[in-house]
Design a protein around this ligand. Structure first.
Ligand SMILES: Nc1ncnc2c1ncn2[C@@H]1O[C@H](COP(=O)(O)OP(=O)(O)O)[C@@H](O)[C@H]1O
Ligand SMILES: [Mg+2]
Ligand SMILES: [Zn+2]
Length: 451
């Protein structure tokens, strides 16, 4: 057997034949670690296949298996595609094992054979959680194992339809001398599971831990190797969790589902907008409701602004939570230039409560109007919601899917919407007659309409 030495960055996975003090890929210092790699020539391999004429390729019948969690099915594109590999990433304690055990239960109840492999917990611990989640256990097999070759041998014997590996960091291949959790190991584990699962048409879920510091070392370097990447996020001091698709070879990305963790496990929240607006203060200056899109779904969320004099002679602060920092700075400059306010000597804080993060440019107008509401010390009426992208001349630009946004707003009792002029044909809003459209050309006009 041939042995080879490579240096691989523990931060981003970059590989080099020689040692380097600084990783040329991610710029981190002292992250390259020597790893002895034995060429895994006799690993599990694909059967050899010949080229096929395009017109002779049979249309793929993508069978999808649905879970009992509708929200999960939607995020993954309508169910789990047979033979697909899904990476589920998230911080420790966020609820990955809980979610996957709930999903295992659903598959098992439909008669699919499930193999849940844990290198993290004992079978007794898993069962304890299972009892809390109401898992019955027909068709669900547990295996406490970390050795990859033994895992594959067991899976080969059991022939499950679903395989869950908890986690990719605890499993290791005996073909490599490096320890579990290193880049080489998580890659080898993923690679072998991938090849095994593809040839046997087993849908596989790999759980990957991610740390807060953005050290996505393991899972990040696996994203290109799998079919679907799901991320499970949440704030430590909130009970809700957000599940997002970051990559999906069989469906749309940036779909989002919201769950709440209670003693019976993760419960899907059917109406995230109502959930995120639950504690919104009404009649307070500086608070507005934006109508944004998360994947295919509209979401109403609150944006809060606070402007206060900078203490002493320090630099004025610009702080954002849940919004893009640079985009916000640009919008503040626009407010100064076009609306005549000055933020010299003022600290400006912008916040999206509940730990949500809003990336869509369609939130621009709402950010601006939140700041203006704060500067005027005038509350925005509680039945108004806002959407629109803003350009550097202060013009308000059309955004996608206005009707979807209006429907969501109407369903939550909002009856006035400030939106880009011409974004919406009045004929088109037929289905939702109760909502009043307040169209604005630029940010000055929007501010006049609102205040
Ligand atoms: N008996 C319980 N009742 C309610 N929540 C629990 C209970 N036991 C554990 N939890 C919660 O479940 C979470 C652990 O979820 P888990 O699925 O093990 O996370 P992960 O696999 O992502 O590390 C913890 O945040 C904990 O607060
Ligand atoms: Mg776990
Ligand atoms: Zn690197």
């Amino acid at each position: 057997m041939k042995t080879k030495t490579t240096f691989s960055c523990q931060n981003c996975g970059f590989q080099s034949p020689k040692w380097l003090g600084r990783c040329p890929s991610c710029g981190e210092w002292e992250t390259l670690v020597e790893e002895i790699e034995e060429q895994s020539a006799e690993g599990f391999s694909f059967p050899v296949s010949d080229p096929v004429l395009y017109k002779d390729v049979k249309e793929a019948k993508k069978r999808r298996i649905k879970t009992g969690i509708e929200e999960f099915n939607r995020v993954i594109g309508g169910g789990v595609v047979l033979g697909s590999i899904v990476l589920v990433g998230g911080e420790p304690g966020i609820g990955k094992s809980t979610l996957l055990l709930q999903i295992s239960r659903d598959f098992a109840e439909q008669g699919e054979k499930v193999l849940y492999i844990s290198g993290e917990e004992s079978l007794e611990q898993i069962k304890l959680r299972g009892q809390r989640l109401g898992v019955q256990g027909e068709n669900l097999y547990l295996l406490a194992e970390t050795n990859l070759e033994r895992i594959i041998a067991q899976a080969e014997k059991l022939k499950p339809q679903i395989l869950i590996l908890d986690s990719v960091q605890t499993a290791f291949s005996s073909k490599l001398s490096s320890s579990p959790g290193t880049i080489s190991q998580v890659r080898e584990v993923t690679n072998q599971i991938f090849r095994f699962a593809k040839t046997r048409e087993i849908s596989s879920f790999l759980i990957g831990h991610i740390t807060k510091e953005g050290s996505l070392a393991g899972p990040k370097s696996l994203e290109h190797m799998v079919d679907v990447v799901l991320y499970f996020e949440g704030e430590r001091d909130h009970s809700y969790r957000v599940l997002r698709a970051l990559k999906n070879r069989f469906g749309p990305v940036s779909e989002l589902a919201v769950f709440e963790m209670d003693e019976k496990g993760l419960q899907a929240i059917a109406n995230p907008s109502a959930f995120f607006l639950k504690e919104r203060p009404k009649d307070e200056a500086g608070s507005v409701v934006v109508c944004t899109l998360k994947g295919s779904r509209p979401l109403l969320a609150e944006i809060q602004a606070l402007v206060s004099s900078t203490l002493f002679s320090g630099n004025p602060r610009r702080m954002t939570v849940g919004l893009d920092h640079f985009r916000t700075a640009m919008l503040l400059a626009l407010i100064e230039r076009k609306l005549g306010y000055s933020f010299a000597g003022e600290d400006v804080y912008l916040n999206v409560p509940g730990g949500l993060s809003l990336e869509e440019p369609a939130t621009d107008l709402a950010v601006i109007l939140a700041v203006v509401s704060c500067m005027k010390n005038k509350a925005v009426p509680p039945d108004v919601t806002i959407f629109g992208e803003v350009g550097l001349s202060g013009e308000i630009r059309s955004v996608s899917q206005p009707l979807t946004r209006l429907k969501e707003a109407a369903s939550l009792g909002f009856n006035k919407v400030i939106l880009p002029k011409g974004n919406m044909n009045n004929k088109d809003k037929g289905g939702i007659p109760d909502i009043q459209l307040l169209e604005a050309k630029n940010i000055r006009e929007a501010s006049q309409i609102l205040f």
